[in-house]
Design a protein around this ligand. Sequence first.
Ligand code: ATP
Ligand code: MG
Length: 280
Amino acid sequence: MALKNSMKIDHSETTIDWAPALSVDGIRHYFSPTHAERPFLVLDDINLSIPKGSFVSLVGPSGCGKSTLLRVFAGLIIPTIGRAMLSGEPIEGPNERKGMVFQEDAVFPWLNVQKNVEFGLQMRGMGGRERAEVAREWIELVGLKGFEKSYPRELSGGMRKRVDLARVYASNPEVLLMDEPFGALDALTKLRLQDELLRLWEQSRKTVVFVTHDLDEAVYLSDTVVVMAARPGRISSVYHIDIPRPRRFETRATEQFTALAHRLWGEIEKLEASAGGSSL
Ligand SMILES: Nc1ncnc2c1ncn2[C@@H]1O[C@H](COP(=O)(O)OP(=O)(O)OP(=O)(O)O)[C@@H](O)[C@H]1O
Ligand SMILES: [Mg+2]
């Protein structure tokens, strides 16, 4: 299973399109923090090929470079060596082909739900009537029908996250890049939103790269879980999650699920111990 900084995700048993949506081939990235004397290697020789339509999670100890790798895919960071690719083209910067969802909500407090979801579409020049229609559809799909006129301050954290999901889905990106999107939610809301996200994903089959600290969440959602090790950030191993879909709450109680989560947990514990201990 351990592939030494390198992986090709094998989806031969699924119906996923083989052409990789996202890939990196031996990229390296150095950061130059203000306090450090020399640049430090944050991503070391990362090879990853993510098939179109698959759901891939990145897990690993805090500081191992998960967010950095996600930002490379988003085009927010250009690696020092090598380039990330989206559908065979080098990623040179952020654009509407990549949709980002962060832990913090990316909703505008001065816009109501409808206008928040319309915002990206407006930026892309979509006409008023069409974008209102698209936004309404997505608002309904994320379960916020009736809240179109509400402002973010009038919504719960879970509802704001739903607005965020509607916002990013409405823009119709090719890939969704999510950095601990449910990390700040209470346990129950998080479980609900995981199911919502799976439902949306099953309908649209967009490629998703999902960073999380929650190993149960990673196993529940993903086709593949990529484990990263720290200092320098590198791929430690890759788990193919062959739990049948659709996955439902009861899936979490199956032996297959608990065995996989347990194996992942064991590996991360080892990684932390070998790195001198850090929190997940
Ligand atoms: N802009 C930056 N400049 C310098 N160093 C950075 C920068 N961003 C991140 N780092 C460093 O790079 C390393 C990886 O950071 P990154 O945020 O990718 O980790 P992570 O795996 O997402 O961690 P966490 O799980 O805590 O979110 C860390 O040591 C961090 O301090
Ligand atoms: Mg992070």
